[in-house]
Design a protein around this ligand. Sequence first.
Ligand code: MG
Length: 373
Amino acid sequence: MKFDVILACGGMGERCCLGYNKLLLNAGGTTLLEKTINCFCHNDISKIIVAYNANDKATVESIVRGRDNIILCEGGASRSQSISNALKCVEEDCDFVIIHDGARCFLPKECLEKGMQNAIAYGNSVLYVNSVDSLRILDADRSQPIARSKIVRVQTPQIFKKDEIVKAYALADGNDFSDDATLYEEYIQKPIHLTYGSEENIKVTTPSDCKNLNSGLLIGNGWDTHRLDFGRKLILGGVQIPHDKGLVAHSDGDVLIHAITDAILSAMHERDIGVLFPDSDDRYKDISSVKLLQEVLNLAKSKKLAVKSVSAVIMAQKPKLSPHIPAIQSNLANIMGTEENCVSISATTTEKLGMAGREEGISVSSVAVLRQL
Ligand code: MG
């Protein structure tokens, strides 16, 4: 059987109070819209028709560029109008149409598959969940309880035979319905087959839903090495360490901050410190690496990201770094605005092996975890 998908993306998501369309919200490195599209990677699904809001045409086009299974279709003034427009893009030879809210990006794969199987078996399939809250109905001057067992909450996807849903929308002739199941029942006069969905399958609607969407963490790693030589200060994590040699660099050579900065850039999917602050640029000559880190933290802030934790290992034969670790951790936590226990720095010798073991240089390996603001 061949299925096409229609994603209802015609609204603006004003209840999220974002000031922009919620479908464009960053959802852990991707947009909410892409996350929803990715729910429909399935062998029996041919095309995904995105009924978008005309205000976001250029952004939506850039999001789906390169995906040849996506058809873009301008939405309408109401949800029903958007679906009606999208139905005109459904392929001639498709058997079923899956209609889904663009903001339900957590659809579990097993729910989609169960819905598709039941649509084949029963002619249509609509996902639902039970109500966990007690319910009351409001009338003019009082409220009355309703038996919870008699109520279900209807979700999407809602799946129909192509010919029937096309006919139902033609008969509706612009009349608006809150969901497709109601419209189908009204004009096709066949019962709806309910398929149990999932509490995970929420429609991102409120500011708190948006916050949950952004709860994912980003991770990056960084590595740096600098040569040791006489006549230079040894600075690690912004702290000057007494030693007869220091690290040679265009900047102050703070190899620890460089590795941490690269880890933060990596977590943001940005290029590395050498690209952002090239050693051919005189502005960075002998600059304190703390300033470079601060610039990268500002970049993170502009992307609504902040450092959650950092871990780094310094590989140095000499000097003995253990007594300086608390001061380094404290200084880095202060710069990055994190709790002190979120910065973990350790030091190791390399048993006199290799470049670090011969005291020719110092290397640092680092991992950074970023959270969404
Ligand atoms: Mg460096």
